[in-house]
Design a protein around this ligand. Structure first.
Ligand code: HEC
Ligand code: HEC
Length: 326
């Protein structure tokens, strides 16, 4: 009888450990490296996928910044701890190395500064920074890794430094557009080439706001998505309190935009076609915008093939790593 119990116990233990190993292996599969992290970037990557950083250990940064979707989310408003949602669409956190300020309203001044916002935000991970650090300090693995990499225990500062270092690795330039710019004429279609010309032309005016290698000048502009009635996010005004900033949002970069739907600060457009139709005639969507940019005052008058060309161009900005393999 005793023997039987030993066998049963051993079997149960074996099943438990095997499934624990499997879960561990599955988790590690998402990382770009194997085994223990040995650099700041790798430690940051590990932390980016770490659910310990949310109050109920249910969410990591990657829950909303999903790697396969250009490090953005697929819904208008991401669900935080306890199902809470905020008022903004999750931005991509790729190609942000060169951003002088972060968020749609520019409320974070650097990547290091940015990190504590989502951890503490009650609509996101809902954990006090001090608690996050305490959890890492209570974890033998993290204590060892931080010790080796930073020469100290986890702190708010080195936690932010590690995540920021990982985010700086998320620059994506293996795109048909970049190959075309490097001289490969066949990298993009004729439609995309026409779309690019149009994007930079006085007719479409996209380039007036979406310029630089990442297609943003990092300015705050108002494209008409604030009317104080149904569209009530005041954007940059919420930070500066200056009347001229009402309804202004930081111009988003457009790299990988094909995989980061839905679009705009409130995720109100589901497709690039809807975005382009909006720019063509904003007033069809928002009748009485407040403080709209002078560039947007008149409809653009794009033909349907011009709209298709613009979309074809935007599709060339997708990095190879996000292109679904058939
Ligand atoms: C519950 C969903 C959620 C989680 C979890 C989350 N974020 Fe975000 N993230 C957002 C939203 C929403 C925004 C846009 C907020 C805004 O602009 O006001 C954002 C914006 C950002 C930005 C700014 C991007 C830019 O272009 O300005 C960065 C960087 C970022 N998050 C990194 C992180 C990191 C690092 C973590 C983990 C510590 C994290 N996020 C966790 C939803 C989330
Ligand atoms: C006056 C400046 C301005 C002009 C002109 C402009 N944009 Fe934008 N664009 C913005 C701003 C600001 C946002 C973010 C607005 C928001 O979230 O409410 C944006 C958002 C977008 C987005 C959504 C990105 C995302 O991740 O959600 C796309 C796509 C886009 N613009 C493409 C274009 C195209 C194509 C044109 C030309 C037809 C164009 N833009 C012209 C300022 C501009």
């Amino acid at each position: 009888m005793k023997k039987l119990w030993v066998v049963v116990l051993l079997t149960v233990a074996a099943i438990y450990f095997c499934s624990a190993c499997r879960i561990k292996a599955a988790t590690d599969d998402r990382l770009s490296f194997k085994g223990a992290p040995t650099t700041k970037e790798q430690l940051g990557e590990k932390l980016f996928f770490e659910t310990l950083l949310s109050a109920d250990s249910s969410l990591s940064c990657a829950s909303c910044h999903i790697p396969a979707f250009g490090f953005a989310d697929t819904v208008a408003f991401s669900r935080g701890v306890g199902g809470h949602t905020g008022k903004r669409n999750t931005q991509s956190c790729a190609n942000i190395t060169d951003r002088p300020v972060l968020f749609y309203d520019g409320r974070a001044a650097s990547l290091e500064d940015q990190v504590h916002f989502p951890i503490q935000d009650t609509n996101e991970m809902s954990l006090q920074a001090a608690q996050a650090v305490a959890r890492l300090r209570a974890n033998k693995d993290y204590v060892t890794w931080f010790g080796k990499i930073f020469g100290s225990a986890p702190t708010e500062k080195n936690l932010a430094e590690a995540i920021a270092a990982f985010e700086r690795t998320l620059e994506t330039s293996k795109t048909p557009f970049d190959r075309y710019m490097d001289g490969d004429e066949r990298a993009i279609s004729a439609a995309a080439k026409r779309g690019r010309e149009l994007f930079m032309s006085p007719k479409a005016k996209c380039f007036d706001c979406h310029f630089s290698p990442d297609f943003t000048g990092d300015e705050f502009r108002n494209i008409g998505l604030y009317d104080g009635v149904t569209l009530k996010d005041e954007g940059r005004y919420g930070i500066t309190g200056k009347k001229e900033d009402l309804g202004k949002f930081r111009v988003p970069g457009l790299r990988n935009v094909a995989v980061t739907a839905p679009y705009m600060h409130n995720g109100m457009f589901r497709t690039l076609k809807e975005v382009i139709a909006y720019y063509d005639d904003p007033y069809k969507v928002v009748a009485n915008p407040i403080n709209i940019d002078t560039l947007m005052l008149r409809p653009l008058g794009l033909t349907s093939s011009e709209k298709q060309d613009l979309e074809a161009f935007l599709l060339t900005l997708t990095d190879d790593r996000f292109v679904k393999k058939k």
